[in-house]
Design a binder for this molecule. Structure first.
Ligand SMILES: Cc1cc2nc3c(=O)[nH]c(=O)nc-3n(C[C@H](O)[C@H](O)[C@H](O)COP(=O)(O)OP(=O)(O)OC[C@H]3O[C@@H](n4cnc5c(N)ncnc54)[C@H](O)[C@@H]3O)c2cc1C
Length: 457
């Protein structure tokens, strides 16, 4: 057996490429020497890479770290900046063997030993690390998850060496961790190991996840379904409050209809006419609000806060102008509008009284629905939902009941309660729009795991 200790990567590659029989790289030797002793491997050539300067350094690169192939776990552990950026990788490394073993062993050796149970590999995969491979055909960068293809099998070709790892810049609000399960409490091989790297948005919701499992398959796995789950969680966190907001609004109108039903058939019929007219005009600002959500979202996504503010402001103006116009019609010609539906005197008379009240809440209705849309463009849905709860259920309905039944105003009292509810919601949402759009507009990342790794702003 020949032992060589070259001082350059090129020399090491040349030796391995030209080796007759089995050529092996020696890093820390904590696997290789044990395997040689037990007769598992009998190399004809051993190339020790510890004398090659490039393999002995940890350097800053692209906001992240390049870790040389011969840097030991103990050396990496002492790098405070690395420990701060990627604590999960070190957490995995610190589980390998003992203090003595960690004084020699390397991250690259752990990967290139090609054991499905290697502890640091899931952590490296979760962190999005890439291996820099040098060989007879030059250098290439390969994601760590593509290096090991099965037990004791690597995707490296003859003469190739892993020279270093590149750990990327850690995105804002990102953390990583590694946990393993072992049958004993001391020095054992993982039965399952799990590396996780999560990114949160400013609101604390998970926007991206990389999860890797070791020891459960012939090679460590990058579990894409976990990232999809995180995105799904994000979608639900945005979507469920939107659904509840609709429920709160339409629910309040539904309860008003139930209360109206207790007053009589004429009251119910008149209510239905006024509500139908108000619902028809409501469709326009509803659409404008949906457009505001899209336009604001796109503007924030492309990093254009001025465009986002303009989209929100223009949508509010369109909503207010349209609803102002419809309000004028409802205030000026309520009887004619009601006559489209019926010629029953009693119903016509009451409907003609309710339609102007609908006219009174037109502008509020327009403001509230467009404001909610603009806020959705920012991914802001929980506070608007709470505003809906307060406005419709804690202000609007109690006012309806107090005026309709307490003060004996009947249908008219119930409708003034709707005005109070919509007015409260509109003013609170408008205040929310002012606050959110005057602050920093942050991009919401939903399902693009790679995009989540670019700085947010
Ligand atoms: C007592 C003891 C306890 C251990 N406990 C654990 C544990 O808990 N968890 C765990 O995961 N491991 C454990 N190990 C295994 C071992 O320590 C790790 O796998 C270690 O990270 C290997 O690193 P090394 O630098 O010593 O590799 P080496 O032994 O030098 O090399 C390992 C393999 O990788 C190849 N190789 C090394 N460097 C390169 C390179 N740059 N390019 C291409 N191929 C290369 C070698 O040829 C060899 O086949 C333990 C080992 C011992 C002896």
């Amino acid at each position: 057996m020949r032992y060589e200790a070259p001082e350059t990567l090129n020399a090491a590659v040349k030796l391995l490429a030209g080796a007759k029989g089995v050529g092996k790289v020696l890093a820390g030797g904590t696997d290789l020497l044990v395997q040689m002793r037990s007769g598992m491997v009998e190399p004809d050539l051993i190339v020790d890479i510890k004398h090659i300067p490039e393999t002995r350094k940890v350097t800053a690169e692209k906001g992240g770290f390049r870790v040389g192939a011969a840097v030991s776990g103990a050396e990496l552990d002492e790098n405070a900046k690395f420990a701060k950026a990627w604590p999960g990788v070190l957490e995995a490394f610190e589980l390998i063997g003992s203090t003595q073993v960690q004084g020699r062993c390397t991250l690259v050796g752990n990967l290139c030993n090609a054991s499905p149970a290697a502890d640091s590999v899931p952590a490296l995969i979760a962190a999005g690390a890439k291996a820099s491979i040098v060989g007879p055909k030059g250098r290439r960068e390969v994601p760590v998850e593509d290096i090991m293809v099965g037990p004791r099998k690597l995707s490296l070709t003859k003469g190739e060496i892993v020279a270093s790892f590149l750990l990327p810049a850690r995105p804002a609000r990102t953390g990583d961790a590694y946990l393993r399960f072992i049958p004993r409490t001391e020095m054992d091989i993982a039965v399952v190991g799990c590396g996780v790297c999560l990114t949160l948005d400013a609101g604390g919701a998970c926007t991206a996840a990389r999860v890797s499992l070791g020891a459960v398959a012939p090679r460590p796995l990058l579990v894409a379904a976990a990232a999809a789950f995180a995105a799904e969680t994000r979608r639900s966190r945005i979507g469920i409050p939107i659904g509840l907001h609709h429920e709160l609004e339409f629910g309040a109108f539904g309860v008003t209809a139930l209360l109206m039903g207790t007053l009589g058939t004429v009251q119910m019929a008149s209510h239905q006419i006024a509500l139908n007219i108000a619902s028809l005009t409501f469709m326009v600002p509803l659409g404008v609000g949906a457009a505001a959500a899209v336009l604001v979202g796109r503007a924030v996504g492309r990093g254009d806060p001025i465009g986002a503010r303009y989209a929100a402001g223009a949508a509010l103006a369109v909503g207010v102008i349209f609803m102002g116009t419809s309000a004028i019609l409802m205030l000026l010609i309520p009887a004619r509008l009601a006559s489209i539906y019926t010629d029953m005197e009693a119903v016509l008379g009451l409907a003609a009284t309710l339609i102007p009240i609908a006219g009174a809440f037109q502008i509020f209705d327009g403001i509230q629905v467009v404001s909610a849309g603009a806020l959705r463009g920012l991914g802001d849905t929980r506070v608007p939902m709470l505003i809906g709860l307060v406005g419709f259920w804690l202000i609007g309905l109690p006012v309806s009941v107090a005026l309709g039944f307490g003060a004996g105003l009947g249908p008219i009292g119930l409708w003034w309660g709707l005005v109070a509810g919509l007015g409260a919601v509109a003013l609170l949402l408008l205040a929310r729009v002012r606050v959110r759009f005057s602050g920093t507009l942050i991009r919401v990342v939903i399902d693009d795991a790679d995009a989540a790794f670019t700085p947010q702003g």
